[in-house]
Write a protein of this length. Sequence first.
Length: 125
Amino acid sequence: MLNPFAAMAALAKAKGGFYPVGNNGLWHGGIHFDSGTQATFDQSSVRCMADGEVVAYRIDERYPVSEFARDVPTFKRAPFSSGFVLVRHRLQAPALNKPGAATPPAITLYSLYMGNPPIFNARQK
């Protein structure tokens, strides 16, 4: 496991944007794993931050494509991913080892994994 500073330095090499500030100078709340980070991070699979259950997901058959004006009259076609997995986690603190102690409260939180490749790409591997 990398130390936090080495991990942040490696994530800053991502070509698709990096945490916490994107290439455009605006807030970017996620991290990217791409060709810029593959030398540092194992990108063969994705793991959740904790045990949980999948509550929603979308798997594209193929990448959708967005068209926008680049230099009029030319248009640029940009593939993107709308695939995601939303996982609900319930974290329960351990009970105190004292007679009559109340059960500590549980915390429910969610983690979102987005930009997942289409199923077509997974079938090709």
